[in-house]
Design a protein around this ligand. Sequence first.
Ligand SMILES: *Cc1c(COP(=O)(O)O)cnc(C)c1O
Length: 462
Amino acid sequence: MPNPFRNLPSVNQLLEIEPLKKMVKTVNHNVVADGVRTFLDDLRTQVSNAAEDIAIPTASEIATRVADWLEKSEQPALRPVINGTGILLHTGLGRAPLCSDAINAVSDIASGYASVELDLASGSRGQRIRAVESILCELTGAEAAAVVNNNAAATMLALAALASGKEVVVSRGQMIEIGGSYRLPDVMKCSGCELREVGTTNKTHPADFENAIGENTGALLKVHPSNFEVVGFTRSVSLEEMVHIGSQHNIPVIDDVGSGALVDFSRFGLSDEPVVSQSVKQGADVVLFSGDKLVGGPQCGIIVGKKKHVQRILRNPLMRAMRVGKMTLAALNATLLCYRNQDLDGNQIPLLRMLSIPSENLKLRAGRIAEQIEHLSGFKSAISEPCQSMLGGGSVPTQQIDSWCVSMETESMSVDALANQLRNGEPAVIGRIHNDRLVLDLRTIHPQYDILLVELLSKVVG
Ligand SMILES: *Cc1c(COP(=O)(O)O)cnc(C)c1O
C-alpha cells in the first residue's frame, strides 16, 4: 500500500512558499513554523481517519491555508462589533459607546504623562478624584465624590468603609442578583458586613427598619431593583423615610441607584429610573451608580455624597485596589462636561442620541436596507418591520423602546449559520434570531454602517 503521506511537503519546504515566505519576515519565525507543524499534524490525522482516499492539498494550497489561519489567530479577541441586537447598554458588548469628546480626551491623555495626582497650580501632590470631583458635585448636588472600577466595586467599598463588622439593614424586596456572580448577600459578606434582611418580598414598612436597628447597625442600604419589578400588593420604604430613620439613629443611608441617570429619562420616554441628584437632595448619605449605564460614559463606579462619608471611603485601603486609571478619568470628565453644556438634544452622548432617534427615521433606513438585501442573490426575503429595543444593562426591564428592524431569511443557509458567519465577519455583526429569521435592530446601529451591512451580507451569503 502506498504511503499517503509521501506527498506531504516538509515544514521547511512550506516556509519557502508564498505567502508563508513573506510571513516569516513579518511574524516571528517560530510562530509560523509551529503553525505549519500543527496544520500538517491535523492533516495527517484527517488522512489516517478518512474511510477512503482523500486528496492531499498541494504545497501551495497548504501554504495559503496556513497563512489564512495564522492571520485569523492574530486577530485580537477584543474587536469592534456592530450591535444589531437593539439592546442599548449590552453588557456583553461593552455597554455605552463613548462620545467623541471622551475619545479625544482619552487619546490626549493616553499617549503621554498626565496630571493624575499632581495639582499643577500649586505643584503639590493632589488626589486623583480632583479630575472629576467638582463636575460630579455640580451635576449631582453632592458635597464630595469618589470613582472606582465599577458599581459593584463602589458597593463593596462603601459597605466596607462605612459598615464593616456591623449589620447592614436591607429590604427583602431588594435582595438582588445582577448577572454573573453579583449577588447582594455575597457582596455584603465580602465587605465584612452582616446582612440584616427586613420585611417580605413584596412589602417592607418603615417600622421593619425601625425594629431592626440596634447597637450594631452600621448602615441602611437601599438598592434599586434594576432588573426586575414587583407588581401588585406592594409597599417599599422610600428613600426619604429611610433618611428620616437613619438620621434619628445617626446611621448612614447608602443608596445604590444602579444605572445613575443624571437627567430625567422621561424625556426619552423612560420612567422609573431614579435621578442621582434627586437621591442626593432627599438626603442619602452616599449614592452609588455606574458610569457606563445611563451616564453613557466609561466603565466605572461613581460614589457621591456627604463629605464625611466619602472621605472615609477615600481613605479605606480597598480604595487603592479599586481606583481607576487616567484614561477612565479623562473619558468620564469629558462625558460629564457634555451634561454641563446641556447639549442633550444635540446629543453628543451616543446613548442619548440612540434613545432619541425618532422611529420614523429608523423606518426609512430599515426600508432602504431591506430593499437592497432583497436584491442580493441568495436571500429569500428581507423586510423592514417595527420592533422593540431595550435599554439593557439591567435598566428599566419592563420598558421597551419602539424601533424598526430588518428581518431576513436566506435561500439555503440556516439562520444559525447566517448569524455565525456575520459574527465572524470583519467587522463582526451581532443580531437577534426571531421566528427563524435574522433580525437587525437599527436603533443600535450607527447609520454610517448601513452600506457596509449590505456589503457584509452580500459577501456572507453570495
Ligand atoms: C448594574 C448594577 C450594579 C452593578 O454595576 P456594575 O457597574 O455593572 O458593576 C449594582 N447595583 C445595581 C442596582 C445595578 O443596577
